[in-house]
Design a protein around this ligand. Structure first.
Ligand code: ZN
Length: 301
């Protein structure tokens, strides 16, 4: 394989999707791409997104397979339930999820993924929207806190794709619910997915500045555009960011190594380098923050 001079540092992938089929091939692909670890979000995408990912299956089985292969030393596993279930059956959903979280934590899971179904698509029988700060979900957050799990949260979408919301809530209303929820749960460690889905670096900066208990994975735009502003933003929050490639490996297609490298990881490395970050910040965002947060202390920078 040809290696260019952008290939000179490891990566911790803060937002990835892989599942049990082709697990060995996925690991080989990551190793070849220089991925030393990551955050894997496994779950059931709801009906709106069926066909996008194929992650359905037995999560306990998946965790056991990860354990048997020693993957917990490299990958933090986050469980992603189908949040549409909360609108359909609020109390049953909460009970099942709390039980599942206890079981999965025991099997090695590290976190819970909260998805945009809450806010954008999920509605109750009386057609009111299901939102993330609904008090009936409080039991879930208490369980998360008790088990010491993280939460990765994706709410709403960037402006260009937001029009597909069916609950009638605006992006501002969804973000307001998210922010009330974050403010009320300072005992939980959060990761805000995709730079919070904010449309500008300024909005993203405001989110990070308001909530010191959140980390974030970066959308690619965060390393393109006005380089000077972006560099300043990344330097300011250097200890709280991971890269967020969002590479999905489906269960009916073998990982394509060339695609992983050429379309995803190599461009990410290039963008990080071209942003002109200090060497320390580059290392933190590329891999040190992830290793520190999920796998313990790292050697001094
Ligand atoms: Zn994703």
């Amino acid at each position: 394989m040809t290696r260019d001079n952008h290939w000179s540092f490891p990566l911790f992938d803060g937002h990835m999707h892989y599942c049990q089929p082709f697990l060995d091939e996925a690991m080989a692909s990551y190793s070849e791409c220089g991925v030393i670890g990551g955050i894997n979000l496994w779950g059931a995408a709801s009906a709106q997104y069926k066909g996008m990912y194929f992650f359905n299956g037995d999560y306990a089985q998946f965790l056991k397979a990860c354990r048997d292969k020693g993957l917990f030393y490299r990958f933090a596993q986050f469980y992603w339930p189908d949040w549409m279930g909360f609108g359909l059956d609020p109390s049953g959903f909460v009970s099942r999820l709390c039980d599942d979280l206890c079981r999965y934590a025991e099997l090695g899971a590290t976190g819970l993924k909260v998805w945009k179904d809450l806010g954008m698509f999920s509605r109750f029988a009386n057609s009111t929207p299901a939102v993330v700060d609904d008090e009936r979900l409080e039991r879930v957050w208490q369980t998360v806190a008790k088990l010491g799990l993280w939460i990765a949260v994706h709410q709403a979408d960037p402006g260009r794709s937001f029009a597909s919301a069916t609950t009638g809530l605006t992006k501002q209303q969804i973000f307001a619910a998210r922010d009330r929820w974050l403010a009320a749960h300072k005992n939980i460690r959060f990761i805000i997915c995709h730079s919070g889905n904010h449309d500008t670096p300024e909005e993203f900066d405001r989110l990070l500045s308001t909530f010191p208990h959140v980390q974030a994975d970066l959308r690619p735009w965060q390393t393109t555009g006005d380089l000077q502003a972006i560099r300043a933003l990344l330097e300011k929050h250097a200890d709280r960011l991971y890269i967020g490639p969002d590479l999905a490996m489906s269960e009916n297609k073998q990982p394509d190594r060339a695609w992983s490298i050429e379309c995803v990881y190599r461009p990410w490395r290039r963008r990080l380098i071209e942003t002109g970050l200090s060497p320390q910040t580059l290392e933190k965002i590329a891999w040190r923050n992830g290793v520190r947060d999920f796998f313990g202390p790292t050697p001094a920078a």
